[in-house]
Design a protein around this ligand. Structure first.
Ligand SMILES: NC(=O)C1=CN([C@@H]2O[C@H](COP(=O)(O)OP(=O)(O)OC[C@H]3O[C@@H](n4cnc5c(N)ncnc54)[C@H](OP(=O)(O)O)[C@@H]3O)[C@@H](O)[C@H]2O)C=CC1
Ligand SMILES: CC(=O)N[C@@H](CCC(=O)OP(=O)(O)O)C(=O)O
Length: 401
């Protein structure tokens, strides 16, 4: 596909802000291949594209670079032609080089040394990925210069209702004014709001895997709103890199563990998104499980179809909703989505199956919790906020097996 035809595809889809001339010149600088067209770059192959020197296009600060989602953003940005990382922060690991924390970055010699967040200098920064634990993030983001575009991966700005945040997260909200301007970054659903946002609250991994298939079906009244049962499973990287007894190999291997039963903090986030789609309050039964795998997430969702609706209607609606989307794929009928098939990629694979109980359907959705469930979607959002094509730096095929 030519540069011109690809860029007009982006224009048609409303995913593109730069002028054609600028795109062509940027494409030329990159040998016309890293940025345009589909790359077959293998996941985990660490490449630094020729013009991605820090400062050349957009300068990024990465807060929480020594955590799992921070590392995943570094990996994705090594293949991004327009972002350079100028600041990286850590807490216990402040003062270290990134390769001493993550030896898989040994080839990335031009990454900055980790500093503590309080020592970070934002004068050479245009945008921030905030990969810090929830609860610490509001204070830190409140202190950042207002000219910065921010994508926050924590849960601190996801719930519009401050009292709901305080109830589910057990602490006062420390930046209620910023909450008002935060845009919820489930990209495929809120793309136009993301485009003009200064602060994006990146969705949780479970809510991403659940809302992507359910929102189109709820919006079109194809499923009952009062009878949604969600069973989700996550790889252990979803819990972060911090040491916890419950994440020890011995506690996890050869077993499955339900947790947060009846009270997981993603419930209000899921219900907020589904209620918005329904224009009325939607409640769900949701149980997450920890699986003995490092990354990957599956949500199996049991729904009651509305009166007169068939499985064909559900399939057709998902097809129509996502046929022009790069990162959400409805599989062919009968094909079961597997976490293996999206590993290391920004894809969400979905399918819908008729239950043997008349009138019910089973939806299966898979993502990589660290990519579409966190860092990949965060980059997708920042690309849009900065006017770069949405899939830049995200064109990784899944790593299989
Ligand atoms: N893991 C996942 O799949 C997903 C995670 N998220 C969210 O993204 C955020 C980051 O998650 P993840 O990368 O997994 O977490 P990690 O625990 O792996 O990393 C946390 C990072 O924050 C730093 N940090 C910890 N405490 C503080 C503090 N008080 N002040 C400043 N920095 C601090 C850590 O530094 P150091 O290591 O040096 O101590 C580390 O760099 C969390 O809010 C998480 O809930 C969202 C979706 C999915
Ligand atoms: C396996 C595991 O522990 N997963 C995390 C969710 C990861 C995520 O999406 O977290 P945030 O909402 O904080 O961004 C959990 O259940 O709390």
């Amino acid at each position: 596909m030519s540069t011109a035809s690809l860029s007009s595809t982006f224009l048609d889809r409303g995913c593109f802000l730069k002028s054609e001339e600028r795109l062509s010149s940027l494409a030329k600088q990159n040998g016309n291949k890293k940025y345009f067209g589909r790359s077959n770059t293998l996941p985990f192959k660490s490449l630094r594209v020729s013009n991605s020197k820090p400062g050349q296009e957009a300068r990024v600060a990465l807060l929480g670079a020594s955590g799992y989602t921070g590392a995943e953003i570094i990996r994705l940005l090594t293949n991004h032609p327009f972002f350079g990382i100028t600041v990286m922060t850590a807490d216990r690991n402040a003062g270290k080089s990134i390769e001493s924390v993550f030896p898989h970055f040994v080839t990335q010699k031009d990454l900055p040394t980790l500093v503590s967040t309080s020592d970070a200098n934002f004068s050479d920064v245009d945008a921030v990925f905030c990969c810090l634990p929830h609860g610490t993030t509001q204070e830190i983001i409140k202190g950042l210069p207002r000219r910065l575009k921010i994508v926050d991966l924590s849960a601190d700005f996801r719930l519009r209702d401050i009292s709901e945040y305080e109830e589910w997260y057990g602490q006062p909200h420390r930046a209620p004014n910023l909450q008002e301007e935060a845009v919820y970054g489930l990209t495929e659903i809120y793309r136009e709001k993301v485009r003009y946002a200064r602060l994006v609250a990146n969705p949780g991994c479970y809510p991403t895997s659940i809302q992507l298939p359910l929102i189109p079906l709820i919006k079109t009244n194809l499923i009952e709103h009062g009878n949604i049962i969600i069973d989700s499973k996550s790889g252990v990287s979803g819990a972060g890199r911090g040491a916890k007894v419950s994440n020890l190999y011995t506690e996890l291997t050869e077993g499955i563990m339900s947790y947060g039963v009846t009270k997981h903090r993603h419930v209000p986030e899921i219900e907020q998104g589904l209620s918005d789609a329904a224009c009325s309050k939607v409640t769900v039964s949701f149980t997450p499980h920890l699986m003995p795998m490092s990354r990957g997430m599956q949500s199996t969702i049991y729904v009651q179809m509305a009166s007169g609706v068939t499985i064909e209607d559900l399939y057709h609606q998902l097809k129509v909703s996502y046929e022009n989307e790069e990162f959400v794929k409805l599989l062919d009928k009968g094909i079961v989505p597997r976490t293996h098939d999206v590993r290391g990629s920004n894809y969400c694979y979905v399918n819908v199956f008729p239950d043997r109980i008349r009138g019910r359907a089973i939806i299966i959705s898979v993502i990589d919790n660290l990519v579409k469930g966190a860092s990949g979607q965060a980059l997708q959002n920042l690309n849009i906020m900065m006017g770069f094509p949405e899939r830049t730096g995200l064109e990784y095929l899944p790593l299989f097996p």
